[in-house]
Design a protein around this ligand. Structure first.
Ligand code: ATP
Length: 306
């Protein structure tokens, strides 16, 4: 658990440098001081739903040697890829993802389970000499891992990146995203998890998109076209409203963490992605690069080399 470091006296360099333990001739053991081994580093990407956490973590993983650990409490489950907005294989750009679509849909995956599985994943990534990037919107999972888990705290040093988007802009975006999900077959995907007993308190069934469609699924076969269309419209409106509510709650949680950052001695940086959401096409891609991807790359580069 300990490495030897030698203090060198160049005035320009006051850092401790690692030395190979082959005790070169002429060096006295008194010149070595034992220093607790440097902690491994972990990047944590936070942000409300829809802000682009997955995009940023994949951007970073292509610029540093990294693997991603999912921390979205619904995306850990198998199934509902559209409803929970999991990254597609194409979006992954060959980057290895952990804890994505691995849990049985009706098992409850609690924060303690996340801490156990995420710690194992982070360990395996650092053992490969790669950087673990934890990304996802579930703040209770992140808190359980970095705040409550003493083992994690003792082993890792964290750098937090917060992708922020102005709430009115984000609300508009997530509402449009729900419509795109409906076009991509959200309804049929959610139908698989319709519960005739109306119990949506366990596992993946809690995902926004499933309970909201309950009334529609319950009645779709007995109603005429017009009534069916009205029920569906109501369900879609509820999905939009609940997604916006989720985004607001997540933002409030992150703001609370951000206020505590100095007290907790966490490095936490806010990246404002709003401009990328307001622009279109190439301009949007450029704004993302300038406002989010590039500053984040600089921050992570500094964090890794300090
Ligand atoms: P809480 O303690 O309120 O559950 P949290 O930070 O642990 O907060 P969130 O990620 O904010 O967890 O999720 C809260 C709820 O939002 C989930 O229980 C689920 O109903 C819904 N939800 C979260 N992520 C998704 C998702 N990707 N797709 C659909 N619904 C989601």
């Amino acid at each position: 658990e300990y490495k030897f470091y030698m203090r060198i006296s160049f005035s320009a360099c006051k850092q401790a440098l690692p030395l190979q333990v082959n005790f070169p001739g002429g060096l006295n053991m008194d010149q070595f001081i034992p220093v607790r081994r440097r902690k491994d580093k972990v990047v944590i990407v936070m942000g409300a739903t829809g802000t682009g956490k997955s995009r940023l973590s994949i951007d970073l993983a292509t610029r540093f040697e990294a693997e991603i650990v999912n921390s979205d409490k619904m995306q850990v489950y198998k199934g509902l890829n559209i409803v929970t907005n999991k990254v597609t294989e194409e979006e992954c750009r060959g980057i290895t993802h952990h804890l994505l679509g691995i849990v049985d849909p009706d098992v409850d995956f609690a924060a303690v389970d996340f801490v156990r599985r995420a710690s194992t994943a982070v360990d395996s990534i650092t053992r490969k000499g790669k950087l673990p990037i934890i990304a996802g919107g579930s703040n209770s999972y992140i808190k359980a891992l970095v705040n409550d888990d003493m083992e994690f705290q003792s082993k890792y040093e964290c750098c937090f990146l917060w992708v922020d988007v102005s709430m009115p802009v984000l609300n508009k975006f997530v509402s449009k995203r729900v419509e795109q999900m409906v076009d991509a077959n959200l309804i049929d995907e959610a139908r698989e998890f319709f519960d005739p007993e109306g119990n949506y308190t366990r596992g993946i069934k809690r995902a926004i998109g499933v309970p909201e469609l309950d009334e529609f699924f319950r009645n779709e076969s007995i109603l005429d076209y017009e009534m069916r269309a009205r029920l569906l419209e109501d369900a879609i409106d509820k999905i939009k409203a609940n997604t916006c509510k989720l985004a607001c709650n997540q933002l409030q949680n992150i703001q609370n963490i951000f206020r505590l950052r100095n007290q907790l001695e966490w490095r936490m940086y806010r990246l404002d992605a709003t401009e990328a959401f307001l622009k279109r096409d190439l301009e949007s891609v450029e704004a993302w690069e300038m406002r989010v991807a590039r500053p984040a790359t600089r921050i992570v580069g500094r964090f890794l080399h300090k």
